[in-house]
Design a protein around this ligand. Sequence first.
Ligand SMILES: Nc1nc2c(ncn2[C@@H]2O[C@H](COP(=O)(O)OP(=O)(O)OP(=O)(O)O)[C@@H](O)[C@H]2O)c(=O)[nH]1
Ligand SMILES: [Mg+2]
Length: 427
Amino acid sequence: MTIETSAPAERAYLVGLARDGDALAVDDSLEELAALVAAAGGSVVGRTHQARRTADPNTWVGKGKAAEIAGEASRMKADLIVCDEELSARQQRELEDLAGGPRVIDRSAVILDIFAQHAQTREGRLQVELAQLEYRLPRLAGGSKGLSRLGGGIGTRGPGESKLETQRQTIRRRVQELKTRLVEVAHQRERGRRVRARDGLFLAGLVGYTNAGKSTLLNALAGSDVLVADQPFATLDPTTRRTALPNGSVILLSDTVGFVNKLPHSLVAAFRATLEELGDADMLVHVVDAGHPNLHEHIAVVEATLGELGLADRERLLVLNKADAFKGGEGDALREALGGEFPGALFVSARTGEGLAALRDRLVAVAASRWARVQVTVPYSAGALVQRVRERGALRGLEHGERGIAIDADVSPGLAAELREAAAPEA
Ligand SMILES: Nc1nc2c(ncn2[C@@H]2O[C@H](COP(=O)(O)OP(=O)(O)OP(=O)(O)O)[C@@H](O)[C@H]2O)c(=O)[nH]1
Ligand SMILES: [Mg+2]
């Protein structure tokens, strides 16, 4: 998706902090931040980082480094200084004072901006607005330069403080309103979910790091045309599609918002309802970009985020996507190394179709393992039920006999009960 805009791209100067125990090395994290800034519509004019044990409470980086950044940003004519971590209101204000011109924002603000640009559905927009307000609220006090400088002295504090308080109250009211509306929307979705659950279809949720190829894979498996784009957070709204498996059964596949390192807390909270849809999934298909240099870090971030969402124990299938990019001897070596490291994983290419047959077979196997085997004979009048078995179950055998239709199939527990009832000898 491209956002039409006549304004020139904002020039951004990126700053990182290197610390022990970071999920991503600082260069990789800044590379990712550059992609996020680009997706938000900015252009990156320079980058730097500092190694520190802890962030400075006032200036995030050290004071000397902050002065150096101010000089570089001004030399590069930057409009923006983007810090690769969430800043406190105070850190943001002090850095902005030192920079004397460019705005200072953080990684969370960039991610929130991309979400705001990409949100399509009503629920998506409400969620993003809620996340933005929750992010802004604690920053209101120190973030607004003019007001915070009024600080002491008779005749200055009063008006400034009361204006700030009015803003806070307005935001809090809006936050409440948004939460109420989101609950309403979630209730509507709840109804849809129950209808679907009654259908008894097997549901696989596609999860993974942003840009891993989840939407492309959904399209390849389900023949759909969900938006695919080479940029972070192309997908915000969950989409569920039906797809037929080789044994004739039908399952549901659900595409969701991708994860990223240091996803803002306010966003995870606001999207919790959407992501909780995954809680219904019978299994999670974890899609990774197998050729990405930070593959392992991506997997760790996704696992950690799934943990936060209470999905750590859900049955998982690792899908190593973009295998078409593995070429020559180097590609073979990579394939072998990853195959050894992740024995249960499947190599696929959502783009070329490689490995999709094996993936479908695996989905059949997992779905079948959840089902019960039923061997019954139902009367010819139960044709509609038989049709549903064809669509939703895995048929092993079917014979038209004198007494009716003899069925041997793996089906969901609900369908198994219906079949047994239909097969009950007429009294
Ligand atoms: N070479 C190659 N590229 C792929 C493959 N699958 C997806 N891509 C590309 O990867 C990029 C991201 O694909 P998407 O399907 O939008 O990824 P996503 O995981 O849905 O990303 P978000 O919704 O943004 O989180 C696009 O440019 C795709 O064309 C593949 O198998 N091989
Ligand atoms: Mg997508």
